[in-house]
Design a binder for this molecule. Structure first.
Ligand code: 13P
Ligand code: SF4
Length: 322
C-alpha cells in the first residue's frame, strides 16, 4: 500500500475506533507526524493517564506500553511491534534487583521509567530524565537511596545534588556509544554550535555539554536558546522535531563510536524505537494487536511508584552543566 493511503487509513481507523496514537521523539519522523501526541517518556505517561480514547497505540518500546497499561487498565493498549525492547530495561532484571535490595536493608529504591513492570513493582518511586533530580530531592539529603538502572543518569544526579546514592550498573547502548573525538571534531568544524547531551550519556560526553537534559528538555533549550547551531548527543529521532520547531537553525547528530576507537558510519539510532513503522502501526490498529497485558498483582505494585512520578510537577529540566 502507498504511504499516503496508509496514513489516510491510520487516521480513519483512529476516528472509527476512538484510538489515540502516542509516539516517542525517537521514532521515525513519519510516525511522529501521524501521531496525536509526541513526547518524552514523562509526557507520554502523562498523556496516557488523561486520555479519553478507548484504544491507546504506543509507538515506543515495551516498558512504555506496560506503563500505559498500568495507568489505564481498562483501556486496550496496543503496540506496533511487541519485540521493541530496550537495552537499558534489559540491564536490570527484577530478581537481581531484589537480591541487591535485600543486601541493603533500609534503602529506598528510585527506578528510572526505562524498567520492566516487575522492577517498578519493587520500587518506591519511578522517575524519568525530566523529573529525576526533582524527585530525588524530595528525599532528605542523607536518605539511603538505590538508583537504577542507568548509571550515567544516577551519577549525574549524585554530582549535581551532592548525594551518594547507590547506583545500579546499567546503561543504554545508544547513549553509551557517542564518540567524544567525533563530537570534538564537529565542534572544531562548527565552533558556534552548542552541545546538547542526554544524561544517559557517559560523564566524558556530559562534560562537553552546554546543556544536559531529557529529550523534551533539550528540545526546549534548542527552541529558546539564541544559538543557531547545535550538536545533539541523543537518539537522532529528536532532530525531526528540533528541525520542525526551529526551521532556521542547524542540528548535527553527534557521531557514534562503533568500538575500538573506530568511527561508525551509522547514525545514533535506537533500533527498537525504529521498529515502529507506518505499516506495523496500520496493522496494529486494524487487528487491535499486539495487545499489552500486565498481571494484576504486578500492576497493583507498580502503579503506586508510577503515580508518584506523575505527581511530581513538570516540566523539570535538568540543570545545564559546563
Ligand atoms: P526521555 O524520554 O525521558 O528523554 O528518555 C530517553 C529514552 O531513552 C527513552 O527510552
Ligand atoms: Fe532503551 Fe536506549 Fe532505546 Fe531509549 S534509546 S529505548 S533507553 S535502548
Amino acid at each position: 500500500m502507498k504511504k499516503e493511503q496508509l496514513k489516510r487509513e491510520i487516521r480513519q481507523m483512529c476516528k472509527d475506533k476512538n484510538a489515540v496514537i502516542l509516539a516517542h521523539y525517537y521514532t521515525d519522523g513519519e510516525v511522529q507526524d501521524i501521531a496525536d501526541f509526541v513526547g518524552d517518556s514523562l509526557a507520554l505517561a502523562q498523556s496516557a493517564a488523561k486520555t479519553e480514547a478507548d484504544i491507546i497505540v504506543m509507538c515506543g518500546v515495551g516498558f512504555m506500553g506496560e506503563t500505559c497499561k498500568i495507568l489505564c487498565p481498562d483501556k486496550k493498549v496496543i503496540v506496533p511491534d511487541e519485540d521493541a525492547g530496550c537495552s537499558l530495561a534489559d540491564s536490570c532484571k527484577a530478581e537481581d534487583l531484589k537480591a541487591f535490595i535485600d543486601e541493603h536493608p533500609g534503602y529506598k529504591v528510585v527506578s528510572y521509567v526505562n524498567t520492566t513492570a516487575a522492577v517498578k513493582a519493587l520500587s518506591d518511586v519511578v522517575v524519568t530524565s525530566s523529573n529525576a533530580m526533582k524527585v530525588v530531592e524530595t528525599y532528605p539529603k542523607d536518605a539511603k537511596l538505590i538508583f537504577g538502572p542507568d548509571r550515567n543518569l544516577g551519577s549525574y544526579i549524585n554530582r549535581m545534588t551532592g548525594r551518594e546514592m547507590l547506583l545500579w550498573d546499567g546503561g543504554c547502548h545508544v547513549h553509551g556509544r557517542f564518540s567524544l573525538e567525533g563530537i570534538n571534531q564537529l565542534k572544531k568544524e562548527h565552533p558556534e554550535a552548542k552541545v546538547l547531551v542526554h544524561p544517559e550519556c557517559p560523564v566524558e560526553i556530559q562534560k562537553v555539554a552546554d546543556e544536559i537534559g531529557s529529550t523534551a528538555g533539550l528540545l526546549k533549550f534548542a527552541i529558546n536558546d539564541e544559538a543557531q547551531e547545535f550538536i545533539v548527543a541523543t537518539e537522532s529521532g529528536i532532530l525531526h522535531k528540533m528541525q520542525e520547531a526551529c526551521k532556521d537553525k542547524t542540528f548535527y547528530p553527534a557521531p557514534p563510536m562503533c568500538g575500538e576507537g573506530e568511527k561508525c558510519p551509522l547514525e545514533n539510532v535506537c533500533q527498537y524505537m525504529r521498529m515502529n513503522t507506518l505499516e506495523k502501526l496500520h496493522a496494529a490498529l486494524r487487528d487491535e494487536k499486539p495487545e499489552v497485558f500486565v498481571s494484576a498483582s504486578l500492576a497493583e505494585n507498580a502503579l503506586r511508584p508510577i503515580q508518584k512520578m506523575l505527581r511530581t510537577p513538570s516540566p523539570l529540566p535538568l540543570k545545564g552543566q559546563k
